[in-house]
Write a protein that binds this ligand. Structure first.
Ligand code: NAD
Length: 508
């Protein structure tokens, strides 16, 4: 069912679809669904009610070896890498159409697996996945080399070639989208891929890869291995036949990826990691209501489980009271935790009980450190069976407090007052992260200075979290070293080859 039809479904329709659901749970290796060699399995749980959704095959090192070998074989055979670009493009377009045609099933898998509201899966995730695959398909035959200036008796040219086997290791917060941001450019560039989804949300990636096969993608070009990070992810990132690991996840695990590369084959490492993004509201913020709405969405959308969440709200002291009053009023109606299968729900549970405990722990620490809890901070009543946390606001926060320093990855906003532009820049940059920032002001000179001086990979002025496939997305500092989306992302899955062609001189 496509997106337009899916948007008309009711909660009862989604419940009926859930009851009929028999998701694929095996590994996908060399074009076939297979059990893991050791026969291991793990459970994936619906965080909305704690029920077991499915028991999934767990890949160990032997399965990873098998998947990488199959990808390597497919790559070396040229069945994908040397396919005429327009042909590769057609398969990717067909893949995109199949994803669009099965958008409802894919959205449902992510909602059940990680708790995001079905409305978000349909209105945010799936359209973005479709855009990603379509954009990367469009780019396939736009990859060019160069002929350089050399003496007349030689021709030198630069070729762009795919890398080989790409390992994609993805997180659970946007299961399909984060996988697509890696797999689509890697495939478009002609690589073979082994994807390891997060163990909390293993189901939708198997469907994504199945649809690639259905679209005519050759066996072995797109493999999926599920399993825990320390076992499956580690084996993949250490594998000597993997040319590049493309990782999205926490900064702590991102650092391990760099170690694995150093311990194995110096594979390329692309990192998209955590964030603690500031949104700066100057005293001359235009249309404060719109800005406050963006502030709420920036921290409460997707339950705050967003890498670029605007979790630090830096507010000029002159508008602090108005800002907080309006934020409280706006949040009351906009974000109410509920059943993710209800199309009216705007906030689901966190990913699991452990995340719930961690987020509640941060809230407790904030109280002890003297921050003022303005709303939330607890588990919504009636929803104790799931991993829910109410949207939460703290004021009276300073940038040294734990809630201002650590990535909470939950619906917890903190307001930090500032006195002037210099102070705002100082606070904004006083973090190990540098993924994104928002700036709200009418003053062009101030906006320009903030854009220049804030250490972040993405800056939004008088808006927040806007995007387009043409835009590079990625961080400064410990938020990572990669850029997703955009044409450059595709190029990052290629390497250049420098070729000298000496032209024989005519004899005599
Ligand atoms: P995580 O680091 O725990 O896990 C990410 C992936 O790495 C998972 O597939 C996991 O199984 C794997 N992994 C874990 N330990 C591993 C190990 N020792 N060796 C190999 N692989 C291992 O992150 P998460 O909890 O899944 O996701 C949340 C994090 O992702 C947050 O920090 C968030 O900011 C970040 N994120 C960043 C972006 C971005 O674009 N910068 C986007 C989404 C999420």
């Amino acid at each position: 069912m496509n997106l337009a039809a899916a948007r008309a479904l009711t909660r009862e329709d989604w419940q009926a679809m859930t009851a009929r659901l028999r998701p694929e749970t095996r590994l996908l290796i060399d074009g076939a669904f297979v059990e893991s060699i050791a026969g291991g399995e793990f459970e994936t749980v619906n965080p909305a009610d704690g029920s077991v959704l499915a028991t999934v095959s767990c890949a160990t090192g032997a399965d990873v070896d098998r998947a990488v070998a199959s990808a390597r074989r497919a790559f070396r055979s040229g069945c994908w890498a040397r396919l005429p670009p327009r042909r590769r493009m057609e398969i990717l377009y067909r893949w995109c159409e199949l994803i669009a045609a099965q958008a409802a099933d894919l959205a449902l898998l992510d909602t059940l697996d990680m708790g995001k509201p079905i409305a978000d899966a349909l209105n945010v995730d799936l359209p973005a996945v479709i855009d990603t695959v379509r954009f990367m398909a469009e780019c396939v035959d736009k990859v060019e080399g160069a002929v350089t200036s050399t003496a007349a008796d030689v021709m030198h040219f630069v070729l762009r070639e795919p890398l080989g086997v790409v390992a994609a290791i993805s997180p659970w917060n946007y299961p399909l989208l984060m996988a697509a941001w890696k797999v689509a450019p890697a495939l478009a560039a002609g690589n073979a891929v082994v994807l390891k989804p997060a163990e909390q949300s293993p189901l939708s990636a198997l469907q994504l890869a199945r649809l690639f096969l259905e679209a005519g993608g050759p066996p072995g070009v797109f493999n999926v291995v599920n399993g825990p990070g320390e076992v499956t992810g580690r084996a993949l990132a250490l594998h000597p036949e993997v040319a590049k690991v493309s990782f999205t996840g926490s900064t702590a695990v991102g650092k391990l990826m760099l170690q694995y590369a150093g311990l194995s084959n110096m594979k390329r490492v692309a990192l998209e990691c955590g964030g603690k993004s500031p949104q700066i509201f100057m005293a001359d913020t235009p249309d404060l209501d719109r800005a406050v709405t963006a502030a709420c969405n920036g921290i409460f959308a997707n339950m705050g489980e967003v890498c670029n969440a605007g979790s630090r709200l830096l507010v000029d002291r002159r508008i602090h009271e108005q800002f907080v009053d309006r934020f409280i009023a706006a949040s009351e109606h906009a974000y109410r935790p509920g059943d993710p299968l209800d199309p009216a729900t705007s906030m689901g549970p966190l990913i699991d009980r452990e995340a719930q405990r961690r987020v509640l722990g941060f809230i407790e620490t904030a109280r002890h450190q003297g921050a003022r809890l303005r709303f939330g901070g607890d588990v919504p009543s009636g929803l104790e069976g799931g991993a829910y946390v109410n949207p939460t606001l703290f004021t009276g926060v300073n940038n040294g407090m734990t809630i201002a320093r650590e990535e909470i990855f939950g619906p917890v906003a903190c307001v930090i007052p500032f006195e002037d532009l210099d102070a705002a820049i100082g606070i904004a940059n006083d973090t190990i992260y540098g993924l994104a920032a928002g700036i709200w002001t009418r003053d062009l000179a101030a906006a320009h200075r903030l854009i220049r001086e804030i250490e972040a990979g993405v800056l939004w002025v008088n808006c927040f979290d806007e995007g387009d496939m043409t835009q590079p997305f990625g961080g400064y500092k410990q938020s990572g070293n990669a850029r997703d989306k955009c044409f450059d992302s595709l190029l990052s899955y290629t390497q250049t080859k420098s070729a000298w062609l000496r032209i024989a001189q005519p004899s005599g």
